[in-house]
Design a protein. Structure first.
Length: 93
């Protein structure tokens, strides 16, 4: 009978410890879920920033290309023709 009582106490102690561990696990899972949710929101926000910066970079690159083209056109307009002076230059006498 003593063995049965001792066994019951052992089982009760294990069940109690199991319940405590289950509560801790539930708490840790809730905390992990909360952290995952926060990190997901941060990632979403950072993805939005990356998209915005990609658009800005594309616009900047397009502007650089446009200005380079305009500069080349301007340089061609101001180049000296074979006669030695640009068409738009005045000759002083």
């Amino acid at each position: 009978m003593k063995a049965a009582a001792c066994l019951n106490k052992s089982v009760d102690a294990l069940l109690s410890e199991n319940n405590a561990l289950c509560r801790q696990l539930a708490s840790l899972q809730a905390r992990a879920s909360e952290l995952i949710q926060k990190r997901s929101a941060e990632v979403e926000q950072l993805n939005t920033v990356v998209e915005f910066l990609n658009v800005e970079l594309h616009h900047r690159d397009a502007m650089i290309l446009f200005l380079q083209t305009k500069l080349q056109e301007f340089r061609k307009m101001t180049e000296l023709p074979a006669g030695g002076r640009a068409d738009n230059q005045l000759v002083c006498k």
